[in-house]
Design a protein around this ligand. Structure first.
Ligand SMILES: *[C@@H]1O[C@H](CO)[C@@H](O)[C@H](O)[C@H]1NC(C)=O
Ligand SMILES: *[C@@H]1O[C@H](CO)[C@@H](O)[C@H](O)[C@H]1NC(C)=O
Ligand SMILES: *[C@@H]1O[C@H](CO)[C@@H](O)[C@H](O)[C@H]1NC(C)=O
Ligand SMILES: [Zn+2]
Length: 347
């Protein structure tokens, strides 16, 4: 990255604060967590509030991307994705034995790990601060596992594939992580996430909503939420995570590289127009799906039941109280448009 391009203090501050934010990006991860909140049972809400000691779910969900770039968090880098060695666009699919790395681990194994730490008999009584890492990780990873390029090996999940959008340069991974969502919503502030989460909630819960159809919800439930009534054990957690990874991975073939029989031919392509329009529909559904699944899964982790059918009356989420520093950051984030994604190695 040519730093000279950003030689202005505000932009440098922004770089310092956003360069490390990846995955769905701050907007996506916050939206997923805020949406999940609307599906939580009272007991689940109480539990998460207690172990997060006042930190909002939305901020907790963003934290693992910062952590992964710190020396002490490096061990968790490989937990944000699973590198499927499939063959898009003709053949897609994630296989645990083939694709989850022995040493670094993967997002599926991480979800299993966090689930185990958050379920009996491993939860201390009363639950305490020792659960803050597992809950932050779980909030984040259920978001990441819904991003198609977090389930794909090719060119480091698209991180090494340069593309353009309206003439600006990004890599394909960050295009899918954040550019699509931020353009669709028209911003990336905390308030944008709150607004998007509430609007997705309506699309899911109002009977005429875009995602309210019984077929849609049956698909979202999959096998994971079919046998209501059990705390997820390691096997259950892995089956759920594998199902979600495979769901996301199908879009690697059907959308990400669909128009490119040789996937590397997407290199240098301008993705505005039809590609962006199609991708926007996919991202919106994946964020909605991730938020709903996260909420329902947390219910299962905390109470042993999904709460489906009992969780329709939660009030709209609101912007949490922000510290002065957070307010400053929000102002900056709100008003500087895009950072080209070249140097941003997204997790
Ligand atoms: C599970 O996560 C904890 C940190 O939360 C880590 O110390 C431990 O090594 C992980 N276990 C496995 C098997 O990855
Ligand atoms: C967009 O989606 C339509 C309908 O699924 C498809 O026919 C078209 O090829 C897609 N275009 C691109 C560029 O992916
Ligand atoms: C940021 O953008 C908003 C909306 O465009 C505008 O109202 C506000 O004055 C801007 N703030 C700064 C500090 O430039
Ligand atoms: Zn991530």
């Amino acid at each position: 990255m040519k730093l000279s391009t950003y030689a202005n203090p505000l932009a440098l501050l922004l770089l310092a604060s956003t360069q490390q934010v990846a995955g769905w990006g701050q907007l996506g991860h916050r939206t997923v967590a805020l949406l999940a909140e609307r599906f939580l049972l009272p007991e689940t809400k109480e539990f998460t509030k207690h172990i997060l000691y006042g930190e909002s779910l939305a901020n907790a969900a963003v934290w693992p991307d910062y952590f992964a770039h710190k020396p002490e968090g490096r061990y968790s880098k490989g937990w944000h994705y699973i590198d499927a060695k499939d063959d898009p666009p003709t053949e897609c699919g994630v296989e645990f034995e083939r694709d989850c790395k022995e040493e670094e681990g993967c997002v599926v194994a991480a979800i299993v790990n966090m689930t185990e730490q958050l379920t009996p008999p491993n939860v201390p009584n009363p639950p305490d601060r020792s659960l803050v890492l597992p809950i932050r990780f779980l909030l984040h990873f259920i978001g990441d596992i819904h991003q198609p390029l977090h389930t794909e090996n090719i060119d480091r999940g698209g991180n090494s594939i340069p593309v353009t959008y309206h003439g600006k340069r990004f890599n394909l991974h960050s295009f899918w992580d954040s550019v699509i969502a931020e353009h669709h919503i028209g911003g990336r502030s905390f308030q944008d996430a709150v607004g998007w989460a509430n609007s997705l909630y309506n699309m899911i819960s109002v009977p005429t909503g875009k995602f309210a159809a019984i077929e849609t919800q049956t698909k979202w439930k999959g096998n994971c939420f079919n046998d209501d009534g059990l705390f997820p054990d390691a096997k259950k957690a892995r089956d759920c995570a594998m199902e979600w990874a495979n769901d996301a991975n199908t879009f690697v073939c059907s959308q990400v590289f669909a128009a490119y029989p040789n996937p590397r031919d997407i290199k240098g392509e301008e993705l505005g127009g039809k590609y962006y329009e199609n991708a926007t529909m996919v991202v919106e559904e994946l964020i909605a799906r991730a938020g709903w699944r996260l909420g329902v899964y947390l219910n299962m982790v905390v109470t042993g039941t999904t709460g489906i059918g009992k969780i329709e009356k939660n009030a709209p989420v609101e912007l949490p109280e922000l510290s002065l520093w957070e307010k400053v950051k929000e102002k900056v984030v709100e008003n500087v448009s895009f950072i080209p994604g070249w140097a941003v190695v997204a997790l």
